[in-house]
Design a protein around this ligand. Structure first.
Ligand code: GDP
Ligand code: FE
Ligand code: FE
Length: 205
């Protein structure tokens, strides 16, 4: 496997597009640096899929499309929040939350991806969820630890993900919540729900 161009032939089960066609759509939708991030997330997701026994094809597709909506104007998201009657709490947030929590709808309608596991992995990739499939955990972690990431805590998160996906998810969720609080940033309610599901170690009375 070449590092940046994995040689995967898609089966057609999850998208009618070939990998090359999907890559072309992402290249068009994103800036060069964001596009390169997406390729690194795909590669990392494939490696995690191989390590933890998940479909390499689903990991490739989900990795490629996870940030598809990252460069869309706010008006597109506000329109979608109203059109699909999504939680109006979303209107208090911005692109950082919208590109996943709302962006999966654009992946479904514009990239013709119907597979629920892939769509949920996109929906949950920023704020997580109390129930994340193996694929959703892989995308959540691949996005956070891909080789282009360089922030305090990334090495700890890479080491945790080597131990188990759950350990990685816990590490990322804890670090993200700490970062948001440290910087007095608003915490999206789902982020707290994810924290409670994955981080506290049970203390028995
Ligand atoms: P990226 O799209 O590849 O840059 O990565 P993500 O989709 O994981 O995250 C986008 C941004 O959302 C990051 O800067 C996170 O710190 C931020 N983020 C995650 N959860 C929350 C939250 O609850 N509230 C806010 N305000 N930002 C969050
Ligand atoms: Fe993202
Ligand atoms: Fe990303």
């Amino acid at each position: 496997m070449n590092n940046l161009e994995p040689e995967i032939t898609y089966t057609g089960k999850y998208t009618p597009l070939s990998r090359a066609e999907l890559v072309a759509k992402l290249r068009e939708a994103l800036t060069t640096s964001r596009f390169n991030h997406v390729l690194r997330v795909e590669r990392t997701a494939i490696q995690l899929a191989q390590k933890y026994g998940e479909s390499v094809e689903k990991a490739s597709i989900a990795g490629l499309v996870h940030d598809y909506a990252k460069q869309r104007p706010d008006t597109d998201f506000i329109k979608a929040i109203n059109q699909y009657h999504l939680d109006t709490e979303l209107l208090n947030y911005g692109n950082a939350i919208w590109h996943g929590v709302v962006g999966w709808l654009f992946v479904k309608t514009e990239l013709q991806i119907e597979n629920i596991d892939i769509l949920k992995a996109v929906e949950y990739h920023t704020v997580g969820h109390q129930y994340m499939s193996k694929l959703a955990q892989i995308v959540y972690m691949a996005d956070y630890i891909e080789p282009g990431r360089d922030f305090p805590g990334v090495i700890k998160a890479r080491k945790a993900t080597e131990i188990s996906l759950a350990a990685g998810v816990s590490c990322q969720t804890q670090q993200t919540l700490s970062y948001l609080i440290e910087n007095k940033l608003p915490v999206y309610p789902q982020t707290i729900i994810t924290y409670n599901a994955w981080v506290p170690e049970q203390i028995k009375e």
